[in-house]
Ligand binder design. Structure first.
Ligand SMILES: C[S@@+](CC[C@H](N)C(=O)[O-])C[C@H]1O[C@@H](n2cnc3c(N)ncnc32)[C@H](O)[C@@H]1O
Length: 263
């Protein structure tokens, strides 16, 4: 897997802005859906008047949920301008335009002031950032002392991933650069955060894979009538999903939740 970091970033941003991504994944683009997001939101321990960022906010579903469940102000940040625009539209439609805003930005260089946040959420996205040390340092920089980060991500024993799960497509599918939970915890600790909790949620990834495999089976049947021409390349994605399932069954792949606090 030899793609340049900027190429990988652009590819991921455009993949998740597509109608095909929404069709495949549903309203939340991470394992565990809104139920797991609720757990992360509670772990942040934030309330009305406080400000929390959702880093790599994608469709904006979690940012809106965070605002509804806590009453806090939310800033969603994503590398895709298309996703930012769509999420802003969703916030307006939900009547949350005054409480939630979405801005274009890179997780490796957050457009936020130092120590300006009372919390940060980041779901299923660290695995996509080529420079994970920079992203961890940015998350630590923007949190005020005492504020928490609630992060969930695909986790993997990278050494054991088969070659089919190390391609550029597998990177965009959150697989190729997923790291072990201990490594993610180490990245956050090195950035100056203190890890308070780390848990595996592999069942959530299994459930999302069930959905994706079901949708891909439909895609194979109906072909060209699907969004963004998904039908034409479906065989490749079915093979990738099968390899991911195998890695999950073998314990090489999973999903993890980490809560960390800035001292
Ligand atoms: C798997 S989706 C998760 C979206 C959202 N967090 C959720 O769980 O619904 C990954 C998101 O990361 C965004 N992304 C990828 N690289 C990024 C970067 N360097 N900075 C900010 N966002 C990025 C993509 O545009 C995409 O919206």
């Amino acid at each position: 897997m030899t793609s340049a970091p900027e190429t990988l970033k652009a590819c991921c941003a455009s993949a998740y802005a597509s109608a095909a991504a929404r069709w495949l994944l549903g309203p939340s683009f991470h394992p565990g859906g809104t139920a797991l997001t609720s757990e992360l939101v509670q772990a942040l321990r934030v309330g009305p008047g406080e400000t929390v960022a959702d880093v790599a906010s994608g469709p904006g579903t979690s940012a809106l949920q965070l605002a509804r469940e806590t009453g806090c102000y939310v800033i969603g940040i994503d590398l895709s301008e298309e996703s930012v625009a769509a999420a802003a539209k969703a916030a307006e439609a939900a009547g949350l335009g005054d409480q939630v805003r979405f801005v274009h930005g890179d997780a490796e260089e957050l457009p936020l002031a130092t120590a300006s946040l009372d919390g940060a959420l980041s779901e299923c996205s660290l695995c996509l950032f080529p420079d994970k040390e920079a992203a961890a340092a940015e998350l630590a920089r923007v949190l005020r002392p005492g504020a928490r980060l609630a992060l969930s991500d695909v986790v993997a024993d990278g050494e054991s991933l088969p070659a089919e799960l190390r391609t550029a497509s597998a990177w965009a599918a959150c697989l190729a650069d997923a790291r072990p939970p201990e490594e993610i915890a180490g990245l956050l600790e090195s950035a100056g955060l203190r890890v308070e909790a780390s848990e595996r949620r592999d069942g959530a990834l299994a459930e999302l894979l069930d959905r994706v495999e079901g949708r891909l089976a439909v895609a194979r049947l109906v072909g060209d009538r699907l969004p963004d021409g998904l039908g034409s390349g479906v065989g490749r994605w079915i093979d990738l999903a099968a390899k991911a399932r195998q890695a999950l069954d073998e314990g090489i792949l999973g999903y993890g939740v980490i809560v960390a606090r800035r001292p």
